[in-house]
Design a protein around this ligand. Structure first.
Ligand SMILES: *[C@@H]1O[C@H](CO)[C@@H](O)[C@H](O)[C@H]1NC(C)=O
Length: 316
């Protein structure tokens, strides 16, 4: 029970930080839902001071609602919680979003550090539609990282030094992904993402493949990180959406709830963990879920290394 609460705290921390980072200034609105433990209280404190700064800069930090999550996550912080990578295949869809809406499907490797927010190390990669950032409503490949809970370090894509592109990479972080899946029930396009720690260099490599085998597109040097320089102790995959309070949440995945079934709802398939030596093992057992509001966006149990996720949105 105690451990469960702590775990929820840890993942809430990571996802919250991720949301805060990608959304810049939307700080205050995400505070409400995460109040279970001391760790969260510390976050609240730092968020409040950030909010004050933002208001001082004339930003309206309270205009965005809370993010809605539908994710699976491992346990974190225990002696058995050693992770060196994650591999998934997931569908990519296009939706018409407005500025003030974001939809994201991602995988995370984290080290929750010593429990203080400023020690959080995170890498996430995935696709998102984020008009405010890109000026369009296409899905983009994205990368994101930090080694200090997004206090001073890290950024999206190539917006700051960090990610190193590989020679001849088929795509760069921030690029549009196309083609994408059409209407639910139509042809489904998928991307395979692989994020793993290279055994020799210790760098975290990103692999990407559109409808096929992923190839290396670049890496985050080991030296960028503190705790993640050694290993991850928490991994997660899933999706989140967010919107300004005046707007409904946008679609997640294909825009169809998991009970729409395969081919309609978006999927994660071929879910695999990667060990220290770079060997894959299928994720067979279910992992804990974090679902903010199943009526709007959800994710199914893991079955045969697969699950379905998504939803129409419309939550306000
Ligand atoms: C991904 O797309 C390719 C090409 O359409 C297809 O052959 C493959 O089965 C798809 N993979 C999954 C897991 O849906």
């Amino acid at each position: 029970m105690f451990r469960h609460t702590l775990l929820l705290g840890a993942i809430a921390l990571c996802l919250l930080c991720h949301a805060l980072h990608t959304e810049g200034v939307r700080l205050r609105s995400t505070i409400q839902e995460l109040k279970e433990d001391g760790q969260t209280k510390r976050i609240l404190t730092s968020l409040k001071s950030n909010s004050i700064e933002m208001i001082a800069f004339g930003e309206d930090s309270s205009s965005w609602g809370q993010p809605y999550y539908a994710v699976h996550q491992t346990t974190s912080g225990g002696p058995g919680d050693n992770y060196y990578g994650l591999h998934v295949t997931t569908d990519v869809y296009s939706h018409n979003l407005k500025p003030g809406q974001q939809t994201s499907t991602a995988i995370w490797v984290n080290h929750v550090g010593n429990g203080v927010k400023s020690s959080l190390n995170t890498i996430s990669i995935g696709w998102h539609i984020y008009p405010e950032h890109y000026g369009d409503s296409h899905p983009h490949l994205y990368t994101d990282w930090t080694r200090d809970g997004y206090a001073q370090t890290g950024c999206l894509n190539m917006d700051c030094p960090g990610f190193i592109r590989a020679n001849g990479a088929v795509i760069a972080p921030g690029d549009v992904i196309h083609p994408v899946s059409g209407v639910p029930g139509g042809r489904v396009q998928n991307i395979t993402l692989r994020l793993l720690k290279d055994k020799t260099s210790g760098d975290w490599w990103v692999y990407y493949g559109l409808n096929g085998i992923p190839t290396g597109v670049g890496y985050f040097p080991r030296s960028l990180f503190t705790y993640l320089a050694e290993k991850a102790n928490h991994v997660a995959f899933g999706a989140f959406v967010d919107a300004e309070k005046a707007l409904p949440t946008p679609p997640m995945g294909s825009g169809v709830l998991p009970n729409g079934g395969k081919g309609h709802a978006a999927s994660f398939t071929n879910l695999q963990l990667i060990d220290k030596d770079g060997n894959n093992s299928p994720i067979k057992a279910n992992l804990p879920e974090l679902i903010t509001k199943a009526k709007c966006h959800s994710i199914t149990h893991i079955d045969h290394s697969q699950c379905l996720y998504g939803g129409p949105g419309g939550c306000v």
